[in-house]
Design a protein around this ligand. Sequence first.
Ligand code: ADP
Length: 546
Amino acid sequence: MLMGQMMQRPLLVMDLLKFGAETHKTAEIVSVRCEGDLHRQTYPETLDRVGQLGHALEALGLSSGDRVATLAWNGHRHFELYYACAGAGMVCHTINPRLSPEQMLYILGHAEDRVVFFDLTFLPIIEGLKAHLPEGMRFICMTDRAHMPEASVDLLCYEDLLAAQDATYDWPELDENTACGLCYTSGTTGNPKGALYSHRSSVLHAMYTGLALQTGLYDGSRILPVVPLFHVNAWGLPYAAPLMGASLIMPGPALDGASLFKLMDGEKVNSAWGVPTVWLGLQGEIANQGRTPDGLNQVVIGGSAAPRAMIEGFESQGVGVCHAWGMTEMSPIGTTGILPSDARDLPFADRMTLQAKQGRRVFGCELKIVDEAGKALPHDGEAVGELYVRGNAIVSGYFNNDDATAAAIDADGWFGTGDVAHIDKDGFLSIQDRAKDLIKSGGEWISSIDIENVVMAHPEVANCAVIAAPHPKWDERPLLVVVPAGDTKIMLDDVNVLMEPHFAKWQWPDDVVFVDALPLTATGKVSKLILRQTFADYQLPDLRGT
Ligand code: ADP
């Protein structure tokens, strides 16, 4: 074999920011801070502060390979930590502040974090955890001297640490396989499991994302990540934005519809990224104001299935929707819903049908679906199986967790996502459910996502979820849980009318129940686990014989 003669240069995270600072000098990071102000800094200014932070981390006694925990909102200081840790060969370990104290303690212990950087909002969490953490753990409050809080714990001040340091840092030339980031899945079943990202995987993922999402992510674009830096790397935006020349508009703790609308409007955000529950809030504010935020022309929706009614709502208001799918273990983006050129002019309804799917794979992520015996199934839009993925930005195992690794990786090295899906001949992925949320009725599967999609279109439904309720004959039957939009409540007969054109009769829900709000997971998704527990003893009407 004739070998190529090309340079072998490592793919390093710091080079993304250096590139942004050199070639996209005016792009900025705008942050709503916990202190209450709106802060701005350019990429060159950010690079200087990251240099100061790199020195500060070393002054704290940290060195290569050490894990640095963060408990923080989306903001410039959190972004700085991503880069300073990576640049100095350390690992930025983002922790989801919505996890339970037990889960946080498990994660901090498992990761062997040496220090915790936290936003002002999260001081009570730190004070609660302190007694259970190892001696010698340091806590750095991400604010300036004037805003340092009274605390029962010894705290260091972020801005003081930086002020003492030089902005020039001679970043080491690391091996590209060095770890740079760590994020644990929210662990709805069992303990959280860690995905340990490398410089190489993060840089490649930034390039894959930039390529796939350049309709919203480009030189001069202004992106608002509602998706948090504390989970799933904010879908890779901290890495992709400086590469592509996009500004990041960071919302901090203010994630309600009215605050997001105001920030988008004021900052001329063109593209905003987040989970469906967040967009329900924004849609409410759009209805209040009778207009969309000035300049907003794209929302990227992922994390759980974007209801078709939500996609249609945005699209008919002139805001394009890109539906994306991925997971923590995939850095996280696997597929995006940017349509192929020949589908962009389809009639509205046909286009919506395509956009309600989870999209096509990004370069660098291969997809396969398999049956229960592990045999690959055809991509014909019909065969349904468990989804496996393979690629350079996908975990080859979990951090220090051999059992979880063995359960997730198949004999050919593919990663099992735990999602059940079909893929059509054009490569469009349709997630049917998480395997554990599928409803198994008399040995047949019913997709809760498909039913939710249809029910969400009804004007009397503000939000809904379909869960499995126990049934003496059929094992499980679908139960529809609805948050009513107003005073009138949708009846089962109305639901049946909605179902009729789309589903076989045995797939229709057996009953409707009403709740004021759906319970959410730590990552802002509807918690079907809690719903199933709530309705575990629910007596379904005997519609189908016992
Ligand atoms: P968790 O929420 O469990 O902490 P992730 O944020 O990594 O972890 O979630 C990944 C999972 O979210 C996927 O396996 C899938 O079940 C679900 N998911 C993500 N995007 C979508 C989507 N667009 N449609 C349906 N499900 C999605």
